[in-house]
Design a protein around this ligand. Structure first.
Ligand code: ATP
Ligand code: MG
Length: 241
């Protein structure tokens, strides 16, 4: 992205954003509520058009159907009473268009994806009978079922408890061997120990590269003092507000 700006009703949401994502990068984008994180992902996906700037995704325009992107939206719109099971939910990620049936290969990919997220044993279960964290795993399986080269995760930790977060990051470490990952979160502490690079977004984007050096940028973005973020131990120190 070069100098990308987006506004809604003349209110700027993204201003002059410059960002490039390496093919094996694990980038966390953090920032306060309303800072433009979800908007940024939607711009990459071509769901929202930028008012200004240049964007190239795998050398193509955002929204090009051949762009190999997996996406976990922040809010998956989902009717809790709709009778669909785990397997078919993930299979829907292989949708090829109306009147085209799913192939054996599609089903095999679904099995692999469910296995990878640890939900294969629940493949016949109705979605309405899963916990929030289990549903999240199914939606992640759906996001990777097309073998993306870039995985965009919008607040994936929202319904995952601290104990499960560790295994979730282990899962992401697996994915990372074959795709770039961009993880969006407003929770600074949750991302700091696992990701490789970090960017702070509050209309403007500050790209920091390595996580250790980010404290100063975080203060700018959150407008509150943050002392230190460490790689090794999940710990953060907030000075007095
Ligand atoms: N379709 C839209 N029309 C008008 N305003 C919008 C639209 N989508 C987002 N906005 C506004 O743009 C700003 C950024 O929204 P965005 O959802 O990108 O923030 P975010 O960083 O993802 O926030 P959160 O942490 O709460 O998810 C907000 O002020 C929001 O109200
Ligand atoms: Mg958001």
């Amino acid at each position: 992205m070069e100098n990308v700006s987006v506004s809604f009703d003349r209110q700027p949401v993204l201003q002059d954003v410059n960002l490039s994502i390496d093919k094996d990068e694990f980038l966390a984008i953090i920032g306060p509520n309303g800072g433009g994180k979800s908007t940024l992902l939607k711009v990459i996906l071509g769901l929202i058009k930028a008012d200004q700037g240049r964007i190239s995704v795998f050398g193509k325009k955002p929204g090009d159907p051949s762009n190999p992107i997996g996406y976990l939206p922040q809010y998956v719109s989902f009717d809790p009473d709709f009778p669909i099971n785990v397997f078919d939910t993930v299979l829907s990620g292989r949708y090829h268009g109306l009147f085209k049936n799913y192939s054996d290969e599609d089903r095999e990919k679904v099995v692999n994806a469910l296995e990878e997220v640890g939900m294969l044993n629940m493949r016949h279960r109705q979605m309405s009978r899963l916990s929030g964290g289990q549903k999240q795993r199914v939606f992640i399986a759906r996001a990777i079922v097309r073998d993306p080269k870039l995985l965009l995760l919008d607040e994936p930790m929202a319904s995952i408890d601290p104990k499960m977060q560790e295994s979730f990051y282990e899962l992401l470490a697996q994915f990372r061997k074959r795709m770039a990952i961009v993880l969006v979160s407003h929770d600074v502490g949750a991302v700091s120990t696992h990701v490789e690079s970090i960017a702070c977004l509050n209309q403007k984007l500050y790209y920091h590269g390595s996580v250790e050096e980010s404290a100063e940028g975080l203060e700018k973005v959150y407008e509150c003092p943050i002392g230190y973020i460490s790689h090794g131990l999940p710990h953060r120190i907030l000075k007095d507000h």
